[in-house]
Design a protein around this ligand. Sequence first.
Ligand code: ZN
Length: 395
Amino acid sequence: MLNRREFLAAAAAAAWCNRASASATQGKFDLLIRGGRVIDPAAGLDAVRDIGITAGRISALRANLTGDASEIFDARGKVVVPGLIDIHTHTARTAEGPRMVLEDGVTGWIDAGSQGADKIADPIAIARSAPQQARVLINIGRAGLLPDGDTMDLARADVAAAKAAIAANRDMVVGVKARLSRDVAGANDLEVLRRSQEVASAFGLPVMVHMGQTMSPIPALFGLLKRGDIVTHMFAPPPNSIIDDSGSILPAAIEARRRGVFFDVGNGQTGHMRWDTVAAIVKAGFWPDTFSTDWGANSRQTGVIDLPNCMSKLLGYGMSVPDAVARVTVNASRVFSVFKDRGTLTAGAPADVAILELRDGSFEFLDNYKGTITGKQRFYPVATVLGGTLMRRPA
Ligand SMILES: [Zn+2]
């Protein structure tokens, strides 16, 4: 998402900031993260650096910072990146959710449609009390996630109810979620999406569509997407995946991306990801804009595990480490404006930092069909800094 010109401009700005802050580096820091491999794709940075944090903000970033610090974290051998942003989770379904993902390095999350208009107060209460920045998408199905399908009964896609719920919670609802699979919306998928757009457009908000195994074909569905909308579960296998049998990405997907629709992974557990589909899509050069977990309280016992694990899955397909980091930092920060000052470690930014280990070895990664691939590298969460406060992950 950073094009080359923006990348160079960001790198130049970062270099200027480093020089400008050089005179301030003798100061006292609240926290000094020393000697890590700092990867900040927003600034074009991948190098060993020290990070000084003062009053909840990044105050210095350079090699060999000097100055007193109340607390020092020895990050030698670790990877230090902006706090991770997960744009498709169900963190707000459980009171413990926000704390659990914070341990994984997640300093910003979106609950993607756990509830609809009837109970939108529930996820909002959890998002509000979360330590991180957290917002929710409202499910167009007024009863939220239903085992029998959120909008199988089309009356549940209630435009008036959704609009009223958003109007009452403008600060916390940042988009509309439309789950469109056959077992969720049945033959109603197009009408559900049309109603979602009617609701979202009234407030200038994006729609996140859950694709995969829909009854309607992709061109019909994607034709209803506008700039800033998000397609999640982009690696969903057929029927109606974004790639055809001959290995070509559908023109409708290419056109959607060109007009500013984001493509997200949404790892999840069932129906969203199969290795052969993943391989074909990335071979065709259609890489995700963002990685997300589709997190739930049981994720550590599934193929999701955590966001750092989901970040690792495409390394074996040729994605670089900085590119993987970009997808959960700067790229994610551009999808929802609530994160617009996040996803970077530039001086002055809020001090949200994820400290990870990038281990070499042999690691098994799961899709949603019990399929495994073996990778040579995997990210593990080690510690999280949120607003300048360091939390080491419990052993
Ligand atoms: Zn989901």
